[in-house]
Design a protein around this ligand. Structure first.
Ligand code: F3S
Length: 647
């Protein structure tokens, strides 16, 4: 039977499993990328594994998120750490100012048919070139850099059939907004979207990348396009045609689901506040007064996007509306240099745009926040409440065409209403290739000393597990404890992310201010929880902090999936009550003993928790597999892989 593109790539990278949708698989990772906000932890984890060099074909460390934040030295310290760690560990380093990780990766490094794991949720952008590109946490990326496979659930593959041709001023952003309108932000869970059909051949790689980028908003594992003539032309214009290879689904390939989109029927769309799937036709919200327009982000800041905006201003001779503040953040230095070379930089300046750095910038609320209660139209991928930096702002997401028309008119405007002739942007023969801000790894890693400022303080290990755990119940909590309860986010705490002792002071601080102090005084202990313990985000600090404070096990009625995995990664034993009512038989302050002499893999293996204070025994289960048991026994995944390497 024929294979689709996703199956072809997974098959050639499969380490464990059999490609049955919904079943666990493990795949080999060819390339990794990190950005600065998540990268520090990834390289600290990697360093703790004790390997001299990354084992991937290629790894790149980008600085694009926290570039111009006001305040102390934390960011500069992180950047220096990242640069020296990259040099030492065999990783390419893309300096702040070189561009947004996904745009630069597409331009300079992405290769069809390869796998990419990135510590950023928009890593699927590289699917536009035909890579299987997946976003993950810092530890997963560190493990991939160490040569470990990536464990995931085999996704369902959804064929998105594009046919017909887009009409003038309707573009790639409108295709992905249409999918979000149909499927919602949950519609992609457990799925990969594989694009095909006649309509694909009219989309250039940067347009395809807009679609795969925002596929992340569908909740998809990733999205992917074939590698064809368009892919070849893009790679050739990047001087990388030697790395091109064709990649198509077999004619008799099968899919778990099929979606059809007639491109000729689409019209300009816009995602209204405060969700990317709250999509309407631009026509339905036309005329709404706008205070701000922002063009950029990893979704829409390519040469094609900015040139389209430039042409619209050039042809109309218009300026940005006096009551609108408009900004452009080019996706990369290459894009900016192309704009400069072709005269569009001057068009933007004359039109009254503010030119921001080639970085994420306003997309993560790093400056250019809208006014209070203001309306901002952005070409970005997310419009969550408060993300712009202004809590009560109303953020709309649209194509560069709609954003440009809106900037001119001062109200939300359908770009077709400007009465312009169709604008066709073709790929240049050659992009302005300038890798001067990408540094290759050091020729002699021994010469490089990793620079760690005082705001970087890492603790990655626990002691290996013995035959018995004992200690006090330091905290008993109820149902639905979130990772925000365990370690809160926010401007005060986030900058401490590279400083484990400092961030650990905030563990459970919103529940019990004295928790961290008590845990340290008692030399660690246990936590007892209710249902769905650790729900919310994948924040790994919600496991690292408790590990640092000496938490040995969490005994709960049930666990949220990702936090459960994080507890195991950091060597904390997650135990589930066999009888939920036993939750009432343990109180805060009780002394517990857990005999682990029979700790072995198995769904039904019972671990007995002895409550010495109350003189009773309580049965619990762990349900861990062989690898997970070994990780816990070693003291966490870092120690586990280190042991493996030493063997
Ligand atoms: Fe950066 Fe925003 Fe993309 S933060 S990586 S531009 S989603």
């Amino acid at each position: 039977m024929g294979l689709n593109i996703v199956q072809k790539i997974i098959k050639t990278h499969l380490v464990e499993g059999d490609m049955t949708p919904g079943k666990p698989i493990a795949i080999r990772i060819d390339q990794t990328l990190t950005q600065d906000a998540t990268g520090t932890m990834a390289y600290l984890h990697f360093e703790a594994m004790g390997l001299p060099k990354v084992q991937t074909e290629l790894s790149v460390s980008y600085v694009d998120h926290n570039t111009l934040q006001a305040g102390g030295p934390e960011n500069a310290n992180d950047h220096l750490f990242l640069q020296t760690a990259a040099a030492k560990f065999g990783v390419y380093f893309s300096k702040a100012g070189n561009g947004i990780c996904h745009q630069v990766h597409l331009e300079r490094f992405a290769v069809p048919g390869k796998t990419l794991l990135g510590s950023d949720s928009h890593t699927p952008t590289a699917g536009g070139i035909g890579m299987l590109a997946i976003g993950a946490g810092g530890m997963d990326v560190a493990l991939a850099m160490a040569g470990e496979p990536f464990y995931l659930t085999m996704p369902k593959v959804v064929r998105v059939n594009l046919y017909g041709k887009l009409r003038p001023f309707v573009s790639a952003k409108d295709i992905i907004l249409e999918l979000l309108r149909r499927l919602t932000v949950k519609g992609g869970l457990g799925r990969v979207f594989e694009y095909g059909g006649e309509g694909v051949k009219y989309l250039t790689v940067p347009e395809r990348a807009t679609i795969t980028n925002m596929g992340a908003e569908l909740g998809a594992t990733t999205s992917i396009f074939p590698s064809d003539e368009q892919t070849y032309l893009f790679m050739k214009a990047q001087g990388r045609e030697a790395q091109w290879r064709p990649l198509q689904a077999d004619p008799d390939a099968t899919y778990d689901e099929v979606i059809d989109i007639d491109l000729s029927e689409l019209e300009p769309l816009i995602a209204c506040p405060h969700m990317p799937d709250n999509v309407k036709k631009v026509k339905e919200v036309e005329g709404l007064r706008v205070h701000q327009v922002a063009i950029g982000s990893c979704t829409n800041s390519s040469y094609r996007d900015l040139k389209t905006v430039g042409e619209m201003f050039k042809r109309t001779g218009k300026m940005v509306h006096p009551m609108v503040s408009a900004a452009i953040s080019p996706g990369s230095k290459q894009v900016l240099r192309m704009m400069d070379k072709e005269g569009y930089y001057d068009v933007f300046l004359r039109a009254g745009f503010r030119i921001l750095e080639n970085a994420c910038g306003p997309c993560i609320g790093m400056g250019f926040a809208p006014p209070s209660g203001g309306v901002s139209v952005r070409t970005f991928n997310r419009n969550f409440y408060g993300r712009s930096g202004t809590k009560d702002a109303e953020v709309y997401l649209a194509s560069p065409e709609t954003a440009a028309a809106t900037a001119m008119k001062g109200v939300i405007t359908d770009p077709r209403d400007l009465g312009l002739e169709e604008i066709k942007v073709f790929l240049p023969e050659k992009f302005e290739i300038d890798d001067s801000m990408i540094y290759a790894p050091a020729a002699d890693p021994d010469e490089v000393e990793i620079w760690k400022g005082p705001t970087i303080n890492y603790v990655g290990y626990k002691e290996p597990l013995g035959d018995k755990l004992e200690g006090e119940v330091l905290l008993k909590v109820g149902d639905n404890i979130t990772t925000d309860h365990i370690i809160p986010g926010g401007a005060k705490i986030l900058p401490l992310r590279s400083n484990i002792p400092a961030i650990s002071e905030y563990v459970y601080s919103v529940v019990d201010e004295t928790f961290a102090q008590r845990a340290k005084e008692k030399g660690g202990g246990f936590i007892v929880g209710g249902e769905n313990y650790g729900q919310g985000s994948s924040r790994e600090h919600a496991a690292i902090g408790p590990m640092y404070l000496g938490i040995k096990a969490v005994i709960a009625k049930s666990f949220a999936r990702i936090h459960h995995a994080n507890l195991i990664n950091f060597g904390i034993l997650p135990l589930v009550f066999v009888n939920k009512e036993d939750y009432d038989k343990i109180d805060q302050g009780d002394w517990l003993e857990i005999d682990l002499s029979n700790f072995a893999p198995g769904e039904d293996n019972i671990i007995t928790v002895i409550n010495r204070t109350k003189g009773i025994s309580i049965p619990t289960k762990h349900g861990l597999n062989k690898r997970q048991v070994e990780i816990i026994k070693a003291g966490g995944v870092l120690a586990y892989v280190k042991q493996k390497f030493e063997k």
